[in-house]
Design a protein around this ligand. Structure first.
Ligand code: UTP
Ligand code: MG
Length: 576
């Protein structure tokens, strides 16, 4: 928990002044019953009106000072807590941005959202509560005990009986509640993950008519959360009634024993009324303390979950970057005996002993059956994942020795499952190059064969895209993604099945424009259709994580069995 101290530091003023102002309020609270007893004992008993007025005015003044303290304390409390939470949230978000794919897979996005929102809110609530109660509750407890014992030590012994009993009850309640809140938070994760998945994939769910299934899945998670919450709050619910019962019984005892003393002339009536107030204050402060304790049990569970994110070791870093300022200049790619698996514990290798060289400016085609490892292979180049064995070199330098920034800047990648963001087409394209002029923008769009359809929209480049680019067709989206990657003017361009939804004529025009506008860029093209890679300078044929053939189209057609198989199956289809 120590690591959260640094989030308190910038707001130290709030964290100190807030509780101190609350002390002002407490002092007033403890003095008020005493003033009251003076009025009854001295003023009323002796019919001394001017005395009553004097003390009364003092009480009014005290009340105003108390209010000022209360307002100030609450203000600084809220300010400290809100600023604290905002800073933690910012850091968690920044950390998640640095996560590798593997890191994100480990947490799941739903859980990350819960941690960023609900968990941090729990922490904020605790800090706010602590700032207001930290000094106030103990202050009231101690102040009231001193006043009560000072007034009537014999009667104050009642506290010695009730206090420990009550503390024990509170302790038991909090102990039972603690683990239940932990469970509740985990269930909330499930609900959030469910919501996240269902909302982002609402189109797929509808097209598969899986709405009912999703509803059921969601209600199950929701019911689980409800049960877990009820379970936790059932314990919490006990708190108030137990406190009230204790309070009432104690007051009764005080009136009983105190009343006897008053009758016997051993105690003044005013003291008895003040005494009852002090007893109530003592119990109230115990209740406040228990509330803080309970909130902290929730917040500590949350703080741990947030800490897990903050302390996660990012498995893709710049640590080994020897050439932090090196940029990708030529675009040569070399794989030396690269092996890779997604799950490190005795799972099969997804890539095995991959070796090949691609020279600057070449077109490299990669072809092979689905699941054979094509995407996995190209992801090694911009270091979306790291190779387990062997080396990946770009311009004869190991990719780990570049800074991630320069490496990824030099590599343009159109992912197989690519997305656009909400905003206009232009805004989306500018991701590739923030400063691109209109001419550059339209040149890239032209090269990706996107210009015609963009201009056919009424708003042209200002057409608003929905989240994920839902309001353009699959093929249009792919061409926008290509244009976006082209704007980066990368030295290496990777297209992972990026023209699968584009018709063959348009696709061949895209290829043609590449040969003129991207002459010096090394192009790695993954495709299902042989026609997409036929003209490549070098074709890699993959099967089950291995390269089983390498060469030009005609060579492979003669020598590579796997290639012949793919070729003839596609030719047959076209012929029939
Ligand atoms: P790839 O995703 O590299 O296959 O997965 P691919 O050749 O590109 O396939 P298509 O043509 O796009 O369909 C290779 C293997 O790695 C596993 C998959 O199960 C597959 O067998 N894999 C992939 C994972 O285990 N985790 C992932 O995140 C991705
Ligand atoms: Mg793939």
């Amino acid at each position: 928990m120590k690591q959260y101290l640094k989030y308190i530091k910038p707001y130290l003023v709030s964290f100190v002044v807030g509780p101190l102002l609350m002390i002002v309020e407490v002092l007033g609270e403890v003095l008020m019953p005493y003033f009251m007893s003076l009025i009854i004992n001295e003023g009323v008993a002796n019919r001394n009106v001017s005395y009553i007025v004097g003390i009364g005015l003092t009480m009014v003044l005290t009340a105003f000072i108390m209010m000022a303290g209360g307002i100030g304390g609450a203000y600084f409390g809220a300010k400290g807590a809100i600023s604290f939470a905002a800073d933690v949230r910012r850091d968690v978000f920044l950390k998640i941005q640095k996560f590798s794919f593997a890191n994100i897979d480990k947490f799941s996005t739903g859980s990350l959202v819960t941690r960023l929102t609900n968990d941090i809110t729990q922490m904020q609530n605790l800090v706010n509560m602590a700032l207001r109660m930290m000094l106030r509750a103990p202050g009231m407890l101690i102040g009231a005990i001193i006043m009560a014992f000072g007034m009537n030590p014999r009667l104050a012994l009642v506290i010695l009986v009730v206090g420990p009993l009550l503390a024990l009850a509170i302790f038991c309640i909090v102990r039972v509640a603690f683990p239940r809140f932990d469970i509740m938070q985990k269930k909330l994760d499930f609900v959030n993950s469910g919501i996240q998945e269902a909302l982002t994939n609402v189109r797929v769910i509808k097209s598969f008519v899986r709405g009912n299934y999703e509803e059921e899945k969601f209600s199950r998670a929701n019911d689980d959360l409800k049960e877990a919450s009820l379970n936790a709050f059932r314990v919490m619910i006990l708190m108030m009634p137990v406190m009230t019962l204790a309070m009432n019984l104690t007051v009764l005892a005080v009136v009983w024993f105190g009343g006897k003393q008053v009758i016997a002339g051993e105690m003044l009536v005013g003291d008895l009324t003040a005494f009852i107030t002090y007893i109530t204050q003592i119990l109230m402060s115990l209740m406040m303390l228990s509330m803080v304790l309970l909130q902290s049990s929730r917040a500590i569970a949350s703080a741990r979950r947030v800490q897990e994110v903050l302390n996660e070791t990012i498995d893709l870093t710049d640590d080994q970057a020897r050439y932090k300022n090196l940029e990708v200049r030529r675009g040569k790619i070399e794989f030396k005996n690269v092996s890779f698996r997604y799950y490190k514990d005795n799972h099969e290798k997804v890539l095995e002993n991959i070796s090949f060289v691609a020279n600057p400016g070449e077109i490299v085609g990669i072809i092979g059956s689905t699941g054979c490892g094509k995407t996995s292979l190209v992801q090694m180049i911009p270091r979306l994942y790291d190779a387990d064995e062997g080396e990946v070199l770009v311009d004869d330098v190991n990719v780990r020795e570049y800074s991630l920034y320069h490496l990824r800047n030099g590599v343009g990648m159109v992912l197989q499952k690519n997305v656009l963001f909400s905003g206009t087409i232009e805004e989306n394209l500018l991701w590739g190059d923030e400063k691109a002029s209109e001419d550059v923008l339209s040149a890239a769009a032209r090269a990706a064969q996107a210009e015609d359809f963009i201009n056919s929209f009424i708003d042209g480049y200002d057409t608003e895209l929905g989240q994920g680019g839902v309001n353009v067709s699959g093929g249009q989206k792919q061409r926008l993604c290509i244009a976006r990657a082209l704007l980066k003017k990368p030295k290496i361009l990777i297209l992972d099945d990026s023209t699968s939804a584009v018709d063959t004529a348009t696709e061949s025009r895209i290829r043609e424009s590449f040969s003129t506008s991207l002459k010096d860029t090394t192009k790695v093209i993954i495709a299902q259709r042989i026609t997409s890679v036929m003209d490549a300078d070098r074709i890699l044929v993959m099967d089950e994580g291995k390269i089983v053939g390498e060469g030009k189209h005609m060579e492979l057609l003669k020598s590579c069995e796997a290639y012949q198989e793919i070729y003839y199956s596609q030719m047959d289809k076209e012929a029939s």
